[in-house]
Design a protein around this ligand. Structure first.
Ligand SMILES: [Cu+2]
Length: 233
């Protein structure tokens, strides 16, 4: 048994064990734009849901230390062989407090998108896809659920609510599981990336796209990958 194990190691049969989490940070350089205030007066339900809160636009969310949130980071090129299948679990996209949540998310081609309305008011999800089929799903009642799927990769698909002009969200539809979304510290993780050379793309809804090269060595090491957006880059 011991010899078999050694042969496996030497010939790379345990290669999957050398996959690694690639981490990185997205920062915003330059003067941070002031987030626009959102007035929800048009819908008393939205006003009530957000009572006592200052509601601001989510399009450029910069945390302390300059971390830029809501950047969709994914392996655009370099994936070889078969990848793990799309999860059978759905990705939930909720309409809550008159916001889409999460604001930015990733989903695999063929994975179920579970659209939920948690608000006692009418919303709709207008998916302005360019590669996939567009859809516009009315969600008039609280507790309503609708399921959709995307058939092709597309980064990013924009969603908007035609009732509430401030409501928008974005999906990165991808063919592999190697993606992540930056948090308010700007940090993201691409989990279990196998050895190889890759092009990684970081996409922000407003600030555009940046790319970087990432190498995962055969022993499963990779340097952190960082991206910078903003006027100071
Ligand atoms: Cu709405």
């Amino acid at each position: 048994m011991k010899n078999l194990f050694l042969i496996a190691v030497m010939t790379g049969f345990v290669g999957a064990a050398h996959a690694t989490n690639v981490t990185g940070k997205v920062t915003f350089k330059g003067a941070v734009p002031k987030a626009a205030a959102i007035k929800m007066n048009a819908d008393p339900v939205c006003v009530k849901e957000n009572a006592g809160k200052t509601v601001t636009a989510e399009d450029t969310l910069v945390g302390t230390g300059g971390g830029l949130a809501n950047v969709f980071v994914y392996v655009k090129d370099g994936v070889k062989g078969t990848v793990p299948p799309a999860p059978t679990e759905a990705v939930t996209f909720d309409q809550k407090g008159c916001h889409y949540t999460p604001h930015v998310f990733g989903i695999r081609v063929g994975q179920t998108l579970k659209i939920v309305n948690s608000d006692p008011t009418m919303h709709n999800v207008n998916a302005m896809a360019k590669v996939n089929s567009k859809f516009n799903q009315g969600m008039p009642t609280k507790g309503q659920v609708s399921e959709k799927k995307f058939t092709k990769p597309e980064v990013l698909v924009k969603f908007k609510c035609d009732v509430h002009g401030w409501m928008n969200g974005y999906a990165g539809v991808v063919e592999n599981p190697y993606y992540g979304i930056s948090d308010t510290t700007g940090s993201f993780t691409l989990k279990d990336l196998p050895p190889g050379e890759y092009t990684v793309e970081a996409v922000h809804e407003k600030l555009g796209t940046k790319t970087a090269k990432v190498t995962v060595t055969p022993t499963g090491t990779a340097a952190p990958v960082d991206f910078a957006f903003g006027t100071g880059t």
